[in-house]
Write a protein that binds this ligand. Sequence first.
Ligand code: AMP
Length: 460
Amino acid sequence: GTMTIQLHDTLRGKKVPFEPLKEGEVTMYLCGPTVYNYAHIGNARPAVVFDLLARVLRRHYKLKFARNITDVDDKINQASIDTGKPIDEITARYIKAYNDDMGALGVQPPDVEPRATHHIDEMIAMISALIEKGYAYEAEGHVLFDVTADENYGSLSKRDLREMIAGARVEVAPYKRSAQDFVLWKPSTPELPGWDSPWGRGRPGRHIEGSAMAEKHLGNTIDIHAGGQDLVFPHHENEMAQSTCVHGGAPFARYWVHNGFLSMDSEKMSKSLGNVLLVHDLIEMIPGEVIRLALLNAHYRQPLDWSDETVASARKMLDRFYGAVRGIDVPEDLRRSAEPPAAVIEALEDDINTPKALAEMFNLARRLNKATDDGERQSLAAGLLAAGDLMGLIQQDPEAWFAGGDDGELSADDIEQLLSEREAARANRDFAAADAIRDKLASAGVQIEDSAHGTRWRRG
Ligand code: AMP
């Protein structure tokens, strides 16, 4: 077809047409969690955004999507020391929590979820090859990548290597030749996790796992490498250096896609500010779809500020979508065969333009609300639901959605109870009492609609 997906590529610094290495097939690698704690709402942004990109790609391509798990890391070691719990217990617990929590946000499981500790042999092989090719050196039980051997070092993050070296003020480890040389392998003490290697018992540096696991599962050149903006330097710069150097200059990733950062009430989210919002806690209070929509409501490359208003407006938007499709009986075959509207797809294929896609969904909802012909209403509803399927939204039964208020306000049972009291008041022709109940519901944010078939209610 004429379809072209456009993506903003960090390496080229602009939006470019996407073309996979192999026709009809796409490989994508996303930096996943380091499993020593629950994921916070910022960590959920790349998971949700690139889940959506995966869904968009799967419409046209056979996608192999890898999202790794970092289960060897100094922060995990520290968590084990702090809690007295074995490392395996900590990582197993937070891997499960991550998948459950992301699942609650509608994130589909990736095709492969490689764990760093299951790929130590591949990392050792890659490090050995880098030494052999003259890109790495051993010093005092460490193996370091020699950044001066890579003429392209700095090209992803647009940094000048000589300036970086000259500007290095941190105390440089004595075993490093240049300040910017980074660790591929480091020694472990007997208490710390470690694996035998040609350089003694040790553990991998922070960057080698991505290169080794991408090679193993996706090949030497992958189509899309994704992650948060903070990873561009040093993490992705270093991965690119490792992979391109070990593969004789073959590009590591054809497209580098990075999401912008999420802040909390205009502040950086940080432990010291005490404003770290965990998805695990948030999903107890807010429906997963509201969180997902709030994350998709801003363009993925823009900063996103999280606040009560972010959540409230996402909830309102979903209320409008659910309100539009509510009560429309879409025939099963129409529901299955419906495609998302072209305008929604075009927006998403244009560098994942979710604000535009959502605006198009609103247009559709508006037309649906105005339409009077049953056939037209059904086909518009089917289109809106299909757009929802692609976005990972409107996945609930509308009645269940409107019944599921969880603001600590009136429960669905409370509302039903009030409605039957109102019904009784009306039957007794006590209209003042009936109106009082209506007002009470309205002040609790519950709207009611009377029709020949009874009374319906909704929040918002
Ligand atoms: P980490 O566990 O810190 O390696 O982060 C996992 C993923 O979340 C990476 O892709 C990070 O870039 C991303 N990330 C971390 N903090 C934020 C944030 N505040 N906003 C957006 N993405 C973030």
